[in-house]
Write a protein that binds this ligand. Structure first.
Ligand code: GDP
Length: 362
């Protein structure tokens, strides 16, 4: 099984392995020069004016693995930070086939009907493991993809989940500086990525499907605890009764959870993304949430907690990379690993010796 979503329990979406690119046969292709990088101030000015090309180029720098690009990206982010923060950040999760793309398309159009701008970002750890992303592909959101006020960006693919999430967090800053006042961050509800998304959004929406009555067992308690709203999709046709039953089950399950730190009681609604039923109600809930947390101070509190979290995440990421990218450390680790595996040394003394060696080099 190559992808978790090919498991029989996920209906509605299968992912096939990709086809590699044929070699370039056009002899002139190789000679084509890449456009020179704009300067930091050109990028920042462009972003602040809402220039999508400049925004995309800056996001590409954020995602780049090159040290030089990273340094430029950090300068751009630093300059954009004072212009960021003014948006509603909404995380959207659900298992493959739950209807995330269909729903984001209609939710997005609903949000944009009163003006404003929307950026749709994604965190998809599968894109690193399998080299194929199951999220964030523009064609999955047909209407938004051609909407002039929507910016859709697939998941960054390089690095660990933590690294991918940090890049998305930085991209949020750039999008907000470019005037995107609605940010959706999409993720697949099958792994650890929800925690990462939760740490960068104001509202966390869990899309569920009505199943055979045992759906509550299938979802991890942790995800339900993070959700500010649970919405049961595909409440249409013969499925309406089952969706209502699932709604009742989720509601009673939520009562068993401890109260949330925001004081908000998560709501459970049914809707149909495909037939566009119940969409305004979902959005009313989200509006009410924002009113609630803005009036009790939780909105600001959560954002500052998140900023602190990302400071430590960034430090941890960098320390880890600095350690593991050190060639002497890598060599020593390989030797120690062999000794630990063959019981010649305990894991603790091996770890101690590698760390002592690393710190003595400073
Ligand atoms: P994702 O994998 O979570 O992004 O799910 P998709 O948006 O790709 O939807 C998976 C399948 O469910 C597609 O075949 C959709 O047409 C279908 N679907 C999505 N929303 C609805 C809905 O509200 N009602 C029904 N009946 N089908 C839907």
């Amino acid at each position: 099984m190559q992808h978790v979503e090919n498991d029989d329990k996920y209906v509605g979406l299968t992912v096939n392995s990709g086809v590699s690119q044929p070699p370039v046969v056009n002899p002139y292709m190789a000679k084509r020069r890449r456009k020179p990088l704009p300067s930091v101030s050109e990028m920042v000015d462009g972003i602040l004016k809402g220039d999508v090309t400049m925004l995309s180029r800056a996001v590409t720098l954020v995602e780049s693995l090159s040290v030089e690009h990273q340094a430029l990206a950090q300068e751009v982010i630093e300059k954009c930070l004072p212009h960021s923060g003014n948006s509603r950040r909404i995380g959207i999760t659900g298992v493959p086939g739950a209807g995330k793309s269909t729903s984001i398309d209609v939710f997005g159009l609903h949000v944009l009907r009163n003006g404003g701008k929307l950026a749709v970002l994604a965190i998809d750890p599968s894109s690193e493991r399998t080299k194929g992303s199951i999220l964030g592909d523009k064609t999955r959101m047909e209407k938004l993809a051609v909407h002039p006020s929507a910016f859709i960006r697939p998941s960054p693919s390089a690095g660990s989940l933590g690294g991918v999430a940090r890049k998305t967090r930085e991209t949020i800053v750039l999008c907000e500086a470019a005037g995107y006042n609605n940010i959706f961050v999409e993720t697949v509800g099958v792994g650890q990525s929800e925690t990462a998304v939760h740490s960068m959004v104001d509202f966390f929406l869990l899309i569920q499907l009505a199943g055979t009555g045992d759906e509550l067992q299938g979802i991890k308690r942790g995800i339900m605890e993070m959700a500010d709203g649970i919405v049961i999709n595909k409440a249409d046709g013969d499925n309406i009764d089952r969706a209502r039953l699932a709604q009742a089950q989720f509601r009673s399950a939520l009562h068993l959870f401890p109260p949330t730190s925001s004081g908000w009681m998560p709501e459970v609604l049914t809707y149909s993304g495909y037939y566009e039923l119940g969409i305004p109600e979902v959005w009313d809930m989200i509006d009410r949430y924002f009113e609630f947390v803005k009036s009790n101070g939780y909105f600001e509190h959560k954002r500052s907690q998140q900023a602190r979290y990302w400071m430590y995440e960034t430090i941890n990421d960098n320390l880890r990379a600095h350690f593991y990218n050190n060639p002497d450390v890598a060599q020593m680790l390989a030797a120690k690993e062999a000794r630990v595996l063959s019981n010649q040394q305990s894991s603790f003394t091996a770890a101690r010796e590698v760390l002592d060696f690393y710190f003595s080099k400073k």
